[in-house]
Design a protein around this ligand. Structure first.
Ligand code: FAD
Length: 453
């Protein structure tokens, strides 16, 4: 019987995978395929992807299959594979990044008339098209989006992994995982990643199992980088090793105490922030590059390369900023509160364009996600749709005292913090704040004068 192709994208899992289930249900033999299409450019994401693909391959082997790896533009790879095997259909999950959407169009244009293309939505709680204002426009602000999303009811219940898989025999040739050359970065960085993470579906499911114990303290401790109080599910969600529906339903069912109830609500809300970021990227594909508030295009940025370098290396002389940037370098992850602090410092204290910080994060984060990252950077800059007010300039010293009161987070990542070797602050925060407010006032002034007749 002629086979079907299951094209894995950022849904590198066996459970609650709509495309996989549908391919199995087709009754035809399945070819599990991953295409390295050059979209994963970040050094940390590429490390994660390498291990995630190995893990998926192990999971498939337990079902008697293995993962076929190819590289190139998806429409060409799929075309070639169909010619080699006589496959009649391709099953895959939809993605929302502009480059992924172009890929989907290319695949449709090249193969849509010859093959059955089956595209599934299971990467978000609600698809972006299902939520709009009464006037039919996209929401630009989170809370009304959230209310509208929740009024649609509970997301679909996740489905289990298939017990059996009818595999096409023999499976077509695959390149080796090493041929994909995903691990090109310095070995010492991988060492830090390896002790911090377990990429792959089993690692993600373990984190879901831990949710129950997290919820009681989530509200009070989620802003504390010195505590291990958040789920650390972001890279697993980012690569689709677990589905957001699995996380949503596990959270919903976890914990019966009153403290857990508020923790549950707060975590569910974060999952909708993830949906909202993809929703914004879907409706505003320029989100990664262009400020959503047009007046910010005229913002008087001023980049000092040595200050930017100090930020990247974690040597600004502000302990909480340096701790965050070093946590990022060593583990590929940074606590959310500290992401906000370091982003505010770069944009407001150093007047570096948010796009430069966003790009650095995309290279260094194991959870690098174009939608979440772009929306969050615009939020901190004040240029987004749901932006923090421009005058909220975090004081890095006070933020450190408030959210790392004993200084244990800082000491962990910046052990030399109390020694003379630790650098003096590269800018005076008071002066930098005034400079930032002047810069912000200048664009607000510009907007007023532009609007004047
Ligand atoms: P938890 O608190 O356990 O939250 C559970 C899940 O909810 C997260 O895994 C994530 O998927 C989602 N979530 C939580 N907070 C947010 C948020 N603010 N926006 C969107 N989704 C959220 N997150 C990424 O996944 N990838 C990024 O590239 C990314 N870049 C960021 C850049 C900046 C400047 C900032 C301020 C935030 C960024 N975030 C990004 C959002 C957030 O920091 C991380 O999702 C969170 O720290 C992940 O840790 P966790 O899984 O323990 O979160």
């Amino acid at each position: 019987m002629r086979p079907v192709i299951l094209w894995f994208r950022r849904n590198l899992r066996l459970a609650d995978n709509a495309a996989l289930l549908a391919a199995v249900e087709s009754g035809q033999p399945v070819i599990p395929l991953y295409i390295a299409d050059g979209q994963d450019k970040g050094t940390a994401s590429r490390w994660w992807l390498h291990h995630s693909l190995s893990s998926l391959d192990s999971g498939l082997r337990q079902l008697g299959a293995s993962l076929v790896l190819r590289s190139g533009p998806p429409q060409l790879v799929l075309d070639e594979l169909c010619k080699e095997t006589g496959a009649t259909a391709v099953y895959f999950a939809r993605r929302f990044e502009p480059e992924s959407r172009r890929q989907q169009d290319d695949v449709n244009d090249a193969l849509g008339s010859r093959l059955d293309l089956h595209c599934y939505d299971d990467s978000l709680l609600q698809v972006p098209e299902s939520i709009s204002t009464q006037a039919g426009n996209p929401y630009r602000v989170f809370t009304p989006f959230w209310n509208a999303a929740r009024s649609l009811g509970e997301p679909d219940v996740p489905s289990p992994a298939p017990q059996t898989l009818r595999v096409f025999d023999p499976l077509p040739e695959s390149v080796s995982i090493d041929d994909l050359a995903l691990l090109t970065d310095a070995a010492d960085r991988h060492h830090g990643y390896e002790s911090a993470w377990k990429p792959g579906e089993p690692g993600g499911l373990e984190r879901i199992d831990d949710l129950e114990s997290l919820l009681g303290d989530y509200v009070t401790s989620r802003d504390r980088p010195d505590k291990d109080a958040t789920s650390r599910l972001s890279p697993h969600l980012c690569f689709g090793e677990v589905s957001v529906r699995q996380v949503w339903h596990a959270t919903r069912q976890a914990g019966a105490s009153a403290a857990s109830a508020s923790g549950r609500e707060a975590l569910l809300r974060q999952l909708y922030w993830r949906d909202f970021s993809s929703y914004l990227l879907f409706h505003f594909p320029d989100l990664p590059h262009k400020p959503l508030r047009a007046e910010f295009e005229e913002f008087p940025w001023s980049v000092d390369d040595s200050q930017l370098h100090a930020w990247q290396e974690g040597t600004t002389g502000y302990p909480i900023v340096d701790a965050g940037m070093r946590q990022l370098r060593e583990t590929g992850w940074m606590h959310n509160r500290v992401r906000m602090i370091v982003a505010s410092f770069l944009i407001k204290d150093l007047l570096v364009p948010w796009q430069i910080g966003a790009e650095w994060f995309l290279d260094r984060l194991v959870d690098a996600d174009l939608a979440n990252n772009s929306a969050s950077w615009q939020w901190v800059a004040g240029s987004g749709t749901d932006a923090a007010p421009y005058f909220r300039v975090f004081n890095p010293t006070l933020q450190g005292k408030k959210f790392d009161p004993q200084g244990s987070y800082v000491r962990r990542w910046v052990p030399e913090v109390s020694e003379s070797a630790y650098p003096a602050p590269i800018v005076d925060h008071g002066e930098a704040r005034r400079r930032a407010l002047d810069a912000y006032a200048s664009i607000r002034g510009m907007r007023t004068s532009k609007q004047a007749p």
